[in-house]
Design a binder for this molecule. Sequence first.
Ligand code: ZN
Length: 265
Amino acid sequence: MMPLMALREAALPAFCLLSGGLGAIAGSFLGVVAERVPQAVRGEEGAENLLFPGSHCAACDHSLAWWENIPLLSWCLLRGRCRCCKTAIPARLLLMEGLSALFFATTAAFAPSPLALGGLWLLWCGLLPLAVIDLRWLLLPDCLTQPLLWAGLLYHAALPQPALTDALYGAVAGYLSLWLVYWTFRLLTGREGLGYGDFKLLAALGAWCSWQALPALVMVASVSGIGAFILFRPGDKRHGHIPFGPCLALAGIIIFIAETFHFTF
Ligand SMILES: [Zn+2]
């Protein structure tokens, strides 16, 4: 692992550029995950899996040529439209590629160890599609939240003790705290304030950030949720719901970055 850090010392710009490229490719794949997993979870007819069919235009089914799959660059070459039917390619895909490239490149420059860098990238790859899917479909699929939880526990198993114990308590406490909020709210008002997916996501984030970070995590998520509510005022389409998943995801990545770089609150 150490040669990786030696390579960074020797050629920082090249290392960051390479990491950014990897981030763009990851972001492009995460875009596919965010498009196709909800189809499969909702049991839609003709739902596509992650590998087949290959990338194609959602409007006209035109299969993409190899160069149309190059993240970011193809968007510029095609000016954001399908080459055949000229339908606009969703801007969220470009945003996912761009943000991932930026995140990978920046963290590559500053991460304290290869393990920390791997953890940051893995958590990003779990949270980004979850945030996008919840934003669009009010859905946090188990097939994404559960592997994220296991990955968080495994990450801490590689760290010196008591990291794994803290992560385990974090997962349990994360789940239980929102479960309690859900049932209290439901018994008092008769309405559902949260979804089960939110408990599972907070369990995963508890595993990644440890139990000590949970109060800060929930506070950052709530503040960003209230901020989003005031800014965007969800319309009737969402029955006044603001999906909480993206707020949790944002809080999770902020807290994990802070922990990795040893910022103290
Ligand atoms: Zn098309």
